[in-house]
Design a protein around this ligand. Structure first.
Ligand code: ATP
Ligand code: SF4
Ligand code: MG
Length: 351
């Protein structure tokens, strides 16, 4: 896959094991008022985030509703135009390309390599199209003109997601929620992507089919060598499927690290508070847990200093005045907290 020379990033930070390197990404939505559409301020939905995604891993992106997860991943696939920052993607041929400034035309040849699975399969699948046409559409748009070729490929994709190929003439309403999500996954896989971004893919499903769907995603990752960014607002959903975890709060990544480090030994008070909601395998075990109080801050009018300070059980005076910057701890973990060196925080204790 090739891209325009001007957009290539000459100095990727880590090279070989990464597939994606996001640097200081921002998306600010203007707030317009009045007949003149005057800009009164901005929603800082994504406010300077950096993270890498390694080839073959699952990076979980977690945080409460409104923390900017969807906006961040929609910028990465360039469904949204970022306000600032770099989105360096390593193409199939090993070349690094900064997607952030590419035009629609320049992005077109790269799009098959990055695909999204959405939260609600009911609204993301067109109810008036058959499964064949839904999964076949990206194939057609990418040049597979022959209908029989599309039928063969759709058959193959349906088998891949453990659905019967004879279902392909049916419409989405004839399927259960879990089956519809499999159709969404098959559609996302149609063009052999390398990076799959799943935005809360199991949140709309019954608890009984959530685990099946997560297992299917894991099996597909193994079979096809996929790399995932998995968005969730519940840490317990990502506990078993993620390799690394990035925790977002009001447009910022406040902690990012290896899954076990983040779960067993969190370094940011917000992570520790989110872990409070993760069920314990041993209810007798454990240190004191800290509750998550109050509402998520408004990204159009965030608090001074550390955005988390009005809710933080560990806040001290300087937290309301100083903005934390990312600090590297324990090797590769990055944490944005002014008290990162001092705090002993409770994580999950087993399992
Ligand atoms: N098009 C838009 N215009 C203005 N504000 C927006 C727009 N899209 C998102 N926002 C705001 O940006 C913030 C982040 O929204 P986003 O949907 O990215 O959060 P999220 O973490 O995905 O939340 P959820 O868990 O509810 O899906 C929210 O305050 C939201 O209201
Ligand atoms: S900087 Fe202060 S308020 Fe923010 S998370 Fe750390 S201790 Fe809490
Ligand atoms: Mg979202």
């Amino acid at each position: 896959m090739t891209g325009p020379a001007a957009a290539e990033s000459p100095t990727p930070d880590n090279g070989p094991s990464n597939i994606l390197e996001v640097r200081d990404l921002r998306k600010h939505f203007p707030i317009r008022v009045g007949f003149a559409n005057r800009v009164r301020g901005h929603v800082r939905a994504v406010d300077g985030i950096s993270f890498d995604v390694r080839q073959g891993e699952t990076l979980a992106l977690v945080g409460e509703s409104g923390s900017g997860k969807t906006t961040a991943v929609r910028c990465v696939v360039r469904a949204l135009d970022p306000t600032a920052g770099e989105i360096r993607f390593r193409t199939e041929s090993g070349r690094w390309i900064d997607l952030s400034g590419l035009s629609r035309r320049e992005l077109r040849p790269l799009r098959p390599q990055m695909q999204m699975v959405f939260q609600d399969p009911r609204s993301s699948l067109n109810p008036r199209m058959t499964v064949l046409d839904i999964i076949g559409e990206p194939l057609l748009l990418n040049g597979m003109k022959n209908r029989n070729d599309r039928i063969d490929r759709v058959e193959e994709l349906l088998r891949l997601v453990r659905l019967r190929p004879e279902y392909m003439r049916r419409f989405p309403h004839a399927f259960s929620g879990g089956q519809r999500q499999r159709i969404g996954i098959a559609r996302a896989l149609a063009l052999n992507p390398r990076l799959v971004i799943a935005d809360e893919p199991v949140s709309a499903l019954d608890v009984s089919v959530q685990a099946q769907t997560l297992n299917l995603l894991l099996e597909l990752q193994e079979e096809l060598g996929l790399t995932y960014i998995f968005v969730a607002h519940d840490l317990s959903v990502v506990k078993h499927i993620s390799d690394r975890v990035a925790v977002m709060y009001v447009g910022k990544v406040v902690e990012i690290g290896e899954r076990d480090q983040v779960f067993f030994n969190p370094k940011h008070p917000y992570t520790a508070a989110l872990l409070n909601a993760v069920p314990r395998t041993d209810p007798r075990a454990g240190r004191t847990r800290i509750p998550l109080r109050g509402e998520v801050a408004d990204p159009a009018d965030p608090p001074s200093g550390c955005y988390f300070h009005p809710r933080c059980a560990y806040a001290i005076e300087r937290c309301g005045a100083e903005t934390p910057v990312a600090e590297v701890v324990d090797g590769e973990r990055r944490v944005e907290c002014l008290r990162v060196g001092e705090l002993e925080l409770p994580g999950v204790t087993s399992g």
